[in-house]
Design a protein around this ligand. Structure first.
Ligand SMILES: Cc1cc2nc3c(=O)[nH]c(=O)nc-3n(C[C@H](O)[C@H](O)[C@H](O)COP(=O)(O)OP(=O)(O)OC[C@H]3O[C@@H](n4cnc5c(N)ncnc54)[C@H](O)[C@@H]3O)c2cc1C
Length: 445
């Protein structure tokens, strides 16, 4: 293994796949136990010019951990919660901590880290930060970007830096915390994270499950809810194909209906107004008790897993449009379904305009063409090709098109220059994200 054994770090030879079947064929997989071991690994890669790729839990949906002949750095052995500060309201932890585990520990102390990607029970916090993941509570609490205070990072040269401070108000310099958050492992390996936490909310909330006539009326509910100034904690939608997949693959026992399910959690004080809006749009609504809600929330989280059980081939879209353009987006998605003669089951963080139409075609070429067309719908409606899953390999071309169209090629040039400054040898998770988006956009000039 060319000297890697001499580093004294646990190492294995194995191939992997991520959740959507992107291949990971590393030279070897390593399992560092602490930051010093990460530094040794990065220095080893830097000296030899070998690609090095961090791996959290591999639930990426965009090929962000795929690689060949790289060193794969699996962070699972760096999984300690280092400090929960109940006065300064932060938690400091290593990147390999599982998100659900972290929140369980926080809740024991009355605190919460709100972002909850539907993979919360699988994913690592390092992966969630590097992806700037969102989730079901995103409509109220935003994405991971809104919760990271500070980071320790091993740069691609092997140097270690700390960016940010463990408190909210800090104006000392450019915002590097948010440069590394969402950088998809292309700028360094995160070894420690400080998250802002909040006390578990004490307001009384009510949970609603509404059987909707269709997705258009669901969009109508969301738009009227916003006009009425109602901010839900959760506003999630799954169409009936997803409900059916949950029933057939996970024995969910959910009632199937033509138009799918809208799941809402709102403050008790907003219940009457919310019900009035739901009724107006034809929702058949039931109020859930806490136990029923937890079951529905958990099923929603497993929706992608149920779809994956039906079709091994799965392209997960992650488009976002301004909520005011939701109906236009839905119309155009329906037209694409007609054009390609295929139905895309939709999971949506509908409250913040984030739609996941899922392409389950086995014909790769058609799937990729459709994938691109759906992405372009978002760009043309003033939205984004990714709200939370990130770019990886899969959406790099679309990202290039979006940034060029909305911001200009100069923006991509600046992003590429940042990558080059921090990673002069181009070893850190190379050939993806900004690097690939820039290359694609330039070749398309
Ligand atoms: C069933 C399912 C549901 C999902 N639902 C959601 C959702 O609702 N919202 C959402 O946003 N995402 C969702 N995802 C996508 C994904 O699970 C999340 O984005 C998750 O946070 C990624 O975490 P991970 O630990 O698996 O990271 P990985 O997939 O291992 O890695 C993700 C990226 O982070 C980098 N990385 C990992 N660890 C580090 C580190 N320590 N330092 C630097 N870079 C690092 C990797 O190189 C890669 O680029 C879902 C995925 C699945 C399978």
């Amino acid at each position: 293994m060319g000297g890697i054994d001499n580093l004294g770090i646990e190492t294995k030879i194995e191939e992997r796949e991520d959740f959507v079947n992107f291949k990971v064929k590393p030279l070897f997989v390593t399992f560092p136990k602490n930051e010093e071991e990460v530094v040794k690994l990065v220095q080893y890669a830097y000296e030899r010019g070998i690609p090095i790729v961090p791996w959290g839990a591999g639930t990426s949906l965009t090929g962000a951990v795929s690689c060949e002949e790289c060193i794969l750095v699996d962070m699972k052995n760096m999984s300690q919660i280092l400090e929960i500060n109940e006065v300064d309201w932060y938690v400091r932890a290593q990147p390999g901590v599982n998100l659900e585990f972290l929140n369980r520990k926080l809740m024991e102390r009355g605190f919460l880290l709100p972002p909850d990607p539907a993979s919360f029970f699988l994913c690592s916090i390092g992966g969630a930060v590097s992806n700037s993941s969102g989730g079901m509570r995103g409509v109220k609490y935003g994405t991971f970007r809104d919760w990271v205070l500070a980071l320790r990072v091993v740069l691609p040269t092997g140097e270690v830096i700390q960016v940010g401070e463990p408190f909210r108000k800090n104006r000392a310099g450019y915002d590097l915390v948010h440069l590394f958050t969402g950088s998809e492992g292309t700028l360094g390996i995160i070894t420690e994270i400080w998250f802002r936490i909040i006390p578990v909310p004490r307001e009384t909330q009510v949970s609603l499950l509404s059987y909707m006539p269709d997705l258009d009326s669901t969009a109508g509910v969301i738009q009227d809810m916003r006009r009425a100034g109602i901010l839900p904690e959760i506003a999630e939608y799954i169409d009936n194909d997803v409900v059916h997949a949950l029933n057939s693959q996970l024995n969910a026992g959910l009632r199937e209906s033509k138009g799918g399910l809208l799941m809402l959690r709102v403050l008790a004080q907003d219940l009457d107004r919310m019900m009035e809006i739901l009724n107006r749009w034809g929702g058949d609504t039931v109020q859930l008790n806490q136990e029923e809600w937890e079951r529905v929330y958990s099923l929603r989280a497993q929706s992608a897993i149920a779809l994956k059980a039906i079709s091994k081939e799965m392209y997960v879209e992650d488009i976002v449009v301004p909520v005011s353009r939701l109906m236009d987006a839905i119309k155009r998605i329906r037209k694409l379904e007609e054009k390609y003669q295929v139905k895309m089951p939709i999971i949506a963080h509908i409250g913040d305009g984030n739609l996941h139409p899922n392409i389950l075609l086995s014909d790769r070429q058609r799937a990729e063409e459709l994938f691109e067309e759906v992405g372009k719908v978002a760009i043309e409606l003033g939205g984004s090709v990714s709200g939370e899953h990130g770019i990886g390999v899969q959406k790099a071309k679309l990202m290039g098109i979006q940034v060029k169209a909305h911001g200009g090629i100069k923006v991509l040039e600046i992003m590429k220059q940042i990558k080059d400054i921090i990673d002069p040898k181009g070893i850190m998770n190379p050939g993806k994200y900004v690097e690939l988006a820039y290359r694609e956009a330039k070749s398309d000039r």
